[in-house]
Design a protein. Structure first.
Length: 233
């Protein structure tokens, strides 16, 4: 969707109570990397080649991951259990620093039903109920963040990016309960989904604020947020 149409749609949705207008809570010099569709804003001064970065939800756009690798000489642990995404990634000639794992992030360890999009040309599946495609659901492996960190031998995470199609709300709750501290949280909220709504995003933001995370940036679409853990070290 063209930027102007997305902007006008968001304005309408705010008026209708289907979207929110969040306030920037901490003013820092962030930089955006990646494509118009797949870009995210980060705080460069907290990033170095040794940073541990998890990128959940690759789809068919790894522009942010590749830009981060080029700019900061980091390694990216990328995750996506979607068959179409896995097939796409296998066809790419990504650098060794792009480390792919074919499983997803959730608030449980095990398997979940993954409902495909209504448009077969799209890639994003969701664990949320999608009545129109429920009979085409597949089973995919998922793990809690704490479990994934143990599997990969990591004691900390510097950047956690989540574009996980509505599963972010339960994952945020699980993350905060686990006591895992992440310096930068990049989250796409899916309150636009009819079975989610803005209340869940408002509550999630409050829970994150209470845990010391402040909003540094919000995309023009109003869906992608960058949170910074305070105080900054």
């Amino acid at each position: 969707m063209k930027p102007l149409l997305r902007y006008l749609r968001r304005k309408l949705w705010i008026l209708l109570g289907k979207d929110i207008r969040p306030k920037i809570q901490i003013k820092l010099k962030g930089e955006c990397y990646g494509s118009d569709y797949g870009g995210w804003t980060v705080l460069p001064k907290l990033i170095n080649p040794e940073s541990i970065i998890y990128s959940f939800g690759v789809g068919e756009d790894a522009s942010w991951d590749l830009a981060m690798i080029e700019k900061f000489k980091v390694s990216i642990h990328a995750f996506d259990p979607t068959p179409k995404s896995i097939q796409w990634i296998q066809k790419q000639n990504f650098p060794d620093q792009f480390i792919f794992h074919p499983y997803g992030l959730a608030a449980i360890d095990g398997e979940v039903s993954f409902n495909p999009p209504e448009n077969p040309e799209h890639v994003s599946h969701t664990i949320l109920d999608r009545p129109q495609t429920r009979n085409q659901a597949i089973k995919v492996p998922v793990f809690r963040l704490s479990t994934i960190m143990k599997k990969l031998g990591h004691q900390k995470i510097d950047i956690l990016k989540m574009d996980i199609e509505g599963a972010e709300y339960q994952v945020i709750e699980d993350l905060l309960k686990s006591g895992i501290s992440v310096k930068q949280l990049l989250i796409e909220f899916h309150h636009r989904f009819p079975n989610v709504g803005v209340r869940k995003t408002k509550d999630a933001i409050k829970f994150l604020n209470d845990a010391g995370y402040a909003i540094m940036a919000v995309s023009r679409s109003g869906e992608e947020y960058t949170f910074i853990k305070t105080p900054i070290h």
